[in-house]
Design a protein around this ligand. Structure first.
Ligand code: ADP
Length: 260
């Protein structure tokens, strides 16, 4: 629990920092881009000057795109929980997953009928599954199998001591790969923000932190099992949603049919 707290505090601080910096930087960039546009207009007919200004303005645009990504990351810290049907969610991601993972990896979904709905943020859960699929793909450069399985559970394993179980109603969703796996040292650090073993430009080291953050903020947990050379299983425990849709007034299309 101590480690979980530290982890979510780190992510929270990271969210604040990124959010604050991105916001201030965005204002600065707006001024830079505005002035550049003005200078471009005033320098009509001066080809050399225009070329320099265009270069500066393209760089500023790239900066603005980066800032938008940072702001999106900062916003991700806030969950909008609702009742989620994992069957529908995973079903709706089939094409995206297949495209992300590529032809070398076989994807199999094993979501049993009667799976409880969970209480979490559906948009974040999609990102969670996408992150896990990307990790699985990277772990299987020569191809392999990716399985998404799920089941109703009545206990939540402790994050630091998996044998310590807490009673409750949860759905476990696991992403299983037959990839390179992780050694003990990598496994111990895998969920740390910015920890990555991938080459620069390939990995941000934020995938599993995000997965961990979403599971913890939903009131669930994460467990990673890995064997070097054999593969990795990342499991999320998410709390069961109440039988009734969370927000009746919203009339959300995502709300499950009321079971009363
Ligand atoms: P990133 O994927 O950007 O490196 P993550 O936080 O998602 O960031 O993962 C951190 C590290 O954990 C990876 O660099 C990799 O070493 C290890 N890892 C994560 N998922 C897997 C997996 N499915 N198989 C093997 N190693 C993994």
């Amino acid at each position: 629990a101590q480690a979980d707290l530290l982890q979510s505090q780190k992510m929270e601080v990271l969210g604040y920092l990124t959010g604050g910096i991105a916001h201030d930087f965005n204002n600065l960039l707006t001024a830079v881009i505005g002035n550049l546009q003005l200078a471009m207009r005033r320098s009509a007919g001066q080809a050399e000057l225009q070329r320099l200004l265009l270069g500066a303005s393209r760089a500023a645009d790239r900066g603005a795109a980066l800032i938008r990504r940072m702001l999106a990351f900062a916003r991700r810290q806030v969950l909008h929980p609702q009742a989620v049907d994992l069957q529908a969610l995973v079903g709706g991601m089939e094409n995206l997953l297949a495209r992300t993972i590529g032809p070398a990896v076989r994807v199999a979904g094993l979501l049993p009928p009667g799976l409880w709905h969970v209480r979490s943020d559906p948009a974040q859960l999609e990102l969670v599954l996408l992150n896990l699929a990307i990790n699985a793909r990277d772990a299987m450069p020569e191809g392999g199998t990716l399985i998404i399985s799920a089941g109703n559970e009545t206990v939540l394993p402790g994050a630091t001591h998996p044998a310590e179980l807490a009673a409750g109603e949860y759905v476990r969703i696991s992403v299983v790969d037959t990839g390179v796996g992780m050694d003990v040292a990598t496994l111990a650090r895998a969920c740390e923000p910015f920890f990555t073993t991938k080459p620069v430009g390939r990995g941000s080291g934020l995938g599993l932190s995000m997965v961990h953050g979403v599971a913890m903020q939903s009131g669930g947990g994460v467990q990673i099992e890995s064997q070097p050379g054999e593969g990795t299983t990342v499991s999320l425990w998410l709390p069961r949603a109440e039988a009734l849709p969370v927000d009746l007034s919203a009339g959300s299309a995502e709300a499950p049919p009321a079971a009363v």
